[in-house]
Design a protein. Structure first.
Length: 349
């Protein structure tokens, strides 16, 4: 009888990068890599008239997750879902109007808050775990699988405004006016996020990314209380139950708060946003933490020489330390496929 050869410790480049290794070329994936810039996604999406229905269909969501892997061979797949499945599973209905983004019944006061369930309804999220189960059997060995959730502050900002806003003024006002009520909401989201991520990991993802897309609108004390502390608690809660899981945090746009964030929160990698200074990051952050980022999605959309020189600059500035190539925010729906191909040629050499 021949025994199978043991696999190398990490057969997946992203896991090596998350372990702090510096690789000859950085692994790469893109935020929102499954989405409308892909013709095959638009075709699949057209088979369902509701985006939430799409997210809760294991057949459609698993195919959407795999599409960018099949086309580009990225080093990681990210679960196809949305950060707003958490409000839905807490009893706040979510819908997406064509071309207008998310719509929820806004939470304006204590009565609105009291309509939420005490705990997240994980049964409602069963299709997400089923999606993970299907995808994990289809992924090539070297491709890592990333799950995710929105950070409590970002998710709460949509729950309070009931939609996207340019600066999350409704949630900031709510947090300043009613800090005790807001604390209850954030606490509920912390527990819900831990339960949700632990179940994603049990179903088969190896890495989870916590998207705090709106962390950058908060002043220092509010940033600590509503962004940093909740993410810290989620990271602790997840690591306590799943010590092998890897965590990437993306506190977008927090500039000089990044250092304090790293001092406090135990994560495996820090997602950089478009405007983070890569030279400063190389000098002060990469010595202690793997970073991920941060090509401007608008440069990817532009293409041409500016794309090539920006990709080369980022590679030059960040490749000496542990690094995962990504965008500084999600890929834009009008991005040409050829630009993604060109970006990959430059990265892969
Ligand atoms: O990265 C991936 O490929 C996985 C899928 C993913 C989606 N949303 C699919 C999606 C992920 C990781 C998200 C995260 C998400 N969703 C965030 C955090 C990251 C960020 O971009 O800041 C936020 C804030 C949301 C909330 C959300 N979902 C908004 C504001 C919108 C409308 C804007 C838009 O792009 O249309 C969505 C819809 C959404 N989520 C789409 C997709 C593919 C587009 C809807 C469609 O295809 O019809």
């Amino acid at each position: 009888m021949t025994l199978p050869l043991p696999k190398p410790l990490n057969s997946k480049p992203i896991l090596d990068a998350l372990a702090g290794k510096v690789l000859p070329r950085p692994p790469v994936w893109l935020m929102r890599q499954a989405g409308r810039y892909l013709p095959e996604y638009r075709e699949l999406r057209a088979t369902s008239d509701s985006f939430m229905h799409f997210c809760f269909s294991p057949d459609l969501a698993s195919r959407a997750t795999l599409q960018p892997i099949e086309r580009f061979g990225f080093d990681a797949a990210i679960l196809f879902s949305d950060i707003l499945v958490i409000p839905e599973a807490l009893g706040q209905k979510v819908s997406f109007e064509q071309g207008e983004g998310p719509r929820l019944q806004p939470i304006g006061d204590a009565a609105g808050l009291s309509r939420l369930h005490d705990q997240i309804d994980l049964k409602l999220l069963e299709p997400v775990f089923e999606t993970i189960d299907r995808v994990k059997g289809e992924l090539p060995d070297a491709v890592a699988f990333i799950g995710f959730c929105g950070a409590p502050w970002t998710v709460a900002s949509y729950m309070i405004a009931g939609k996207g806003t340019p600066d999350q003024a409704p949630a900031r006002l709510f947090a300043y006016r009613y800090p005790e009520l807001f604390e209850k909401l954030i606490g509920k989201l912390v527990s819900a996020s831990i339960d949700y991520l632990v179940r994603q990991i049990a179903a088969g993802v190896e890495i989870v990314q916590i998207f705090d897309s709106w962390a950058g609108v908060l002043p220092g004390p509010a940033f600590r209380k509503w962004s940093l502390e909740p993410i810290l608690k989620i990271a602790q809660g997840v690591k306590a139950k799943c010590p092998d899981a890897r965590i990437i945090a993306f506190p977008r746009g927090v500039a000089t708060h990044l250092m304090e964030f790293l001092d406090c929160v135990d994560i495996d990698a820090l997602g950089l946003n478009t405007s983070d200074n890569t030279r400063w990051v190389a000098q002060y952050i990469q010595g202690r933490k793997t970073v991920q980022g941060n090509l401007d999605p608008l440069v990817l959309l532009t293409g041409g020489d500016s794309l090539e020189s920006e990709v080369r600059r980022i590679l030059y500035e960040l490749s000496a330390g542990p690094f995962i190539f990504n965008l500084g925010h999600g890929i834009l729906p009008s991005t040409p496929i050829e630009h993604v191909e060109k970006m990959l040629r430059v990265i892969r050499g």
